[in-house]
Design a protein around this ligand. Structure first.
Ligand code: ING
Length: 333
């Protein structure tokens, strides 16, 4: 029996700084209703889907920024989304800023902030949680930048790794699902750690500026989308998995984010792409058995990977200069 799954990417248009969660959640519910009409069994929403991309705004004391985060999930504001999921029997992925009171690696329980994503079963139960590992940008206010990107100020590095879990989704039965968030997609390690857990569906949201904000070199504008798609298509192909990558897009308080959400199959093909930079649903029918070809042939990890050659990947964080070559001493004349 083929394992077919109808997935939806629910791209969001801009969320302005002043926009209330109630308005945003109503947009999410409307997208979920559309997904239901289109026969989707799982809906993927973007990174930080409940608020504007607030790491662009500097706040001296992070304790004055609690309003950007969720301390409970669901909460009164997000409950309508969980109710819609139950009503339509749809699982969903949601990205949001998380405040959690929990022990850190020293055992001290404290208030912690993460860039988080969850996968929620139609029953409302959280099946899987992920916290963003690769935090781009900077921690302190950077006067040289036109727009700040303060993820290292607002979030701690995710402490949950890249988990994959086998969970029932729609008619397909159990599916190996995993998540990553935005910048994670640019790092092949994110994909491979999940590929080593036989992931079949990677759900990821992103908020990506449409032009390079690091004035440290030329990058043609069209390459912003190209680099995003390159990263996702390569990750799916090299780990024999489907990927659903969903943007928050459009102009948020003058700052433009690109859309171009895509659904990608295990051969790296784009199955569907959003063409607006606003609220837009794209849907694809995924034959999950398509993962088997890559996993049992070209990317049969057990047969072909050579971990003894990969030491640098775990031993080194930064790169180091290579050894210098010099021509052999001239043979004696
Ligand atoms: N945004 C961007 C992303 O990785 C970025 C930041 C853009 C980094 C382009 C490097 C190049 O898509 C988030 N939120 O990670």
């Amino acid at each position: 029996m083929t394992r077919r799954l109808t997935v939806a990417a629910a791209q969001l248009g801009p969320i302005q700084k002043a926009e209330g969660r109630d308005v945003v959640v109503a947009r999410l519910v409307r997208l979920m209703e559309t997904a239901h009409k289109r026969g989707a069994e799982v809906v993927v929403f973007p990174e930080l889907a409940l608020t504007t991309f607030f790491p662009r705004w500097y706040e001296e004391d992070i304790n004055n920024a609690d309003h950007w985060y969720e301390s409970a999930m669901p909460s009164n504001e997000t409950a309508p989304l969980f109710e819609a999921a139950r009503k339509y029997n749809i699982g969903f992925h949601l990205g949001y800023g998380e405040i959690a009171y929990e022990a850190d690696e020293t055992g001290v329980v404290r208030k912690r902030h993460f860039n988080t994503a969850i996968y929620v079963h139609p029953s409302g139960e959280v099946v899987l949680k992920y916290r963003k590992v690769h935090l781009p940008g900077h921690k302190e206010f950077d006067p040289a930048r036109k727009v700040q990107h303060l993820e290292k100020r607002y979030f701690e590095v995710g402490n949950l790794g890249f988990p994959v879990v086998r969970a029932p989704i729609g008619q397909a039965g159990p599916v190996n699902i995993g998540m990553m968030i935005c910048n994670d997609r640019r790092w092949p390690e994110s994909w491979r750690v999940m590929g080593l857990q036989q992931v079949e569906l990677v759900m990821l949201g992103y908020n990506t500026p449409s032009i390079n904000q690091d004035a440290k070199g030329f990058e043609a504008h069209h390459l912003r989308v190209a680099h995003s798609h390159l990263s996702i298509q390569a990750g799916c192909y090299q780990n024999a998995t489907f990927g659903v990558a969903v943007a928050k897009a459009g102009v948020e308080d003058g700052c433009e984010l690109f859309g171009n959400s895509i659904i990608v199959n295990p051969q790296g093909q784009i199955m569907a792409e959003a063409t607006s930079w606003d609220d837009e649903l794209i849907v694809a029918d995924c034959d999950l058995d398509m993962c088997n070809l890559g996993r049992t042939t070209i990317f049969n990890f057990a047969a072909h990977r050579r971990v003894e050659a990969y030491g640098r990947i775990l031993e080194q964080t930064g790169s180091v200069a290579p050894a210098e070559w010099a021509p052999a001493a001239k043979a004696a004349e």
